[in-house]
Design a protein around this ligand. Sequence first.
Ligand code: FNR
Length: 342
Amino acid sequence: MSRSTRKIDHINHALKTGQSRFHGFDDVTFVHNSIPESKVEAISLSSIIGELHLSSPIFINAMTGGGGEKTEQINREFAEVAAETGVAMAVGSQMSAIRDVEQRRSYQIVRKANPSGVVFANLGSEATVEQAKQAVDMLEANAMQIHLNIIQELVMPEGDRDFSNTLTRIESIVRHLDVPVVVKEVGFGMSKETVDRLASVGVSIVDIGGYGGTNFSKIENERRERRLSVFEDWGISTTCSILEACSVQKDVEVIASGGIQSSLDLAKALALGAKAGGFAGHFLRILTNQGQEALIKEIETMHMELRYILAAVQADNPLELMNVPIVLSGQTYHWASQRGID
Ligand code: FNR
């Protein structure tokens, strides 16, 4: 099966299997404040992650690219939405374009459509330093995402079966790239042990890519002749993953993703300690079913709602959300207690 056919399969199955709601955001409640000393117009939505300055904590997470008109159109449309709304955007894995020059156009279009925006390059953890440099150059990217997708590979019929030396490769990429490196999961979450190991080789930004939204075990199973069901409910929920990652006592910044579908989900992710939140499946569904204008409207509405939420809890910017009181319940509370995270 060619890589471009696989990418179209992923899009179609992601739209079909949809987003589950096991991300844990229902376990997080803001403690209402009846006398916040705040002004909506004084609130800024900008966020800082290491060297990256974002005008919004919302970003379009890695999805697609590669050969074929459909992936190129999706990337162009997402890039135009990003340019219009000022949000950052990551492209999908660029490995196919590194191996085949013909496929570069569908990625380069992202920079062309959004010349001054924040754009993330993307490769899997099998990438070499040379390939990572090429991926960044292809897009004049502001940052590099390296994805970890072990469960997806195992369920993918044609997936990798050798995961050795991953950490060593990531360490080399972090050392030799001129842009910040974000190590991300794709919907199975990260534990504090994983984040600690990443931090120990110099990784300073992780996107925990938690369980509870797009489910790549289910997506890959749609592409298998015989189902491999053991991983269908596998992973650390998004809320638990954020808590895990933020508990690591090292210099590492946390980005949230996995099932984020609203301004309130995102505000809760920020209150748990994340600095920004990635949207993949939710935005893909709006773009595909309702079009670009609807997605622009959705992002603008979320920006307005975020300002109102910040005003209600007396936070002047998204980073202050991590200081406002919240209460945890349900699975997130029990997970945090058992894992010794407070
Ligand atoms: C993805 N995702 C992804 N991630 C990555 O790092 N490289 C990639 O090439 C892709 N490809 C991809 C295709 C499609 C169709 C989807 C829906 C997703 C994973 C994505 O960035 C994100 O981590 C997960 O989808 C979880 O977030 P959501 O979808 O629950 O918001």
